[in-house]
Write a protein that binds this ligand. Structure first.
Ligand code: AMP
Length: 253
């Protein structure tokens, strides 16, 4: 089966009208796809007759210009992976199409988005919520799939959908990990082989049941720069830097 690619929004919008009544599962991504993303696509395929994936590296959610510049872009490999996973449609829009308004209109939240990742990444969740709202309006999904790796993001999107009475089921999906426990992430590509191995310690410590401050200390002693290690929503959540790459993870508390 082929995955049909739409690299122009106007073509997608015209095409989308044909599916007005069918159920659609949607998986928004920023590309550099891995098995974590594939698990979302597979779940969507299982639960919906049509699966749409988007790839859009959304500049408005990057508070660090270097992070945006270095974000891996691997379109060809992504396409092959999506074809193998059986995605029906891939939308791959350009910045000017998504932000034709120059980012004048935004979706902001002033509570949950101020803690954890929001505290150290000003504007991040505003960028996320705005682009997800736009993508939801473009795709009109019945269900949308989000990884629990970005747990705070999942909660905020769920709340946005509830607050604006959007008729979309937001489906959380379990975290897919490397063999050493490291949560799969597009940013892992930027770690050295040695760093990638060491990064497994982040998950091990987070799930160790130790006190939060002891976890922080152990990670710092092993060369991680810790942004936060905290407990919220019945989970232990953390963000760390290793080799200047920001990694996040969480486990049930
Ligand atoms: P991203 O491309 O990083 O924006 O991620 C797109 C979607 O894939 C988000 O809903 C992420 O939470 C999800 N995702 C990323 N990594 C994983 C993973 N290791 N396991 C499960 N879902 C993931």
């Amino acid at each position: 089966m082929k995955t049909i690619v739409f690299d122009s929004l106007s073509k997608w919008i015209a095409f989308r009208k044909k599916f007005r009544r069918g159920k659609i599962g949607f998986v928004p991504t920023m590309g550099a796809l891995h098995q974590g993303h594939v698990s979302l696509v597979e779940r969507s395929r299982f639960e919906n007759p049509i699966t749409v994936v988007s790839i859009f590296v959304n500049p408005t959610q990057f508070n660090d210009p270097n992070d945006l510049k270095n974000y891996p872009r691997t379109f060809k490999g992504d396409y092959e992976l999506l074809k193998a996973a059986g995605a029906d449609f891939l939308i791959y829009p350009k910045y000017d199409e998504i932000y034709a308004d120059g980012y004048k209109f935004r979706v902001s939240e002033n509570h949950l988005s101020g803690i954890l990742c929001g505290a150290s990444r000003p504007g991040h969740f505003e960028g996320v919520l705005t682009v997800v709202m736009k993508l939801f309006n473009l795709v009109g999904p019945t269900r949308a799939y989000f990884g629990e790796k970005d747990y705070q993001q999942f909660l905020l999107i769920k709340e946005m959908v509830d607050s604006f009475f959007m008729n979309i089921q937001v489906v959380p999906c379990p975290i897919i990990r490397e063999e050493n426990g490291l949560a799969m992430s597009s940013r892992n590509e930027r770690l050295s082989a040695e760093g990638r191995e060491k990064a497994g310690l982040f998950f091990k410590e987070l799930s160790s049941g130790k006190e939060l401050k002891e976890i922080r200390k152990n990670l710092e002693e092993n060369g991680f720069k810790v942004d936060y290690i905290e407990e919220f929503f019945g989970r232990r959540l953390g963000a760390v830097f290793l080799e200047n790459v920001r990694l996040i993870d969480n486990v049930p508390a």
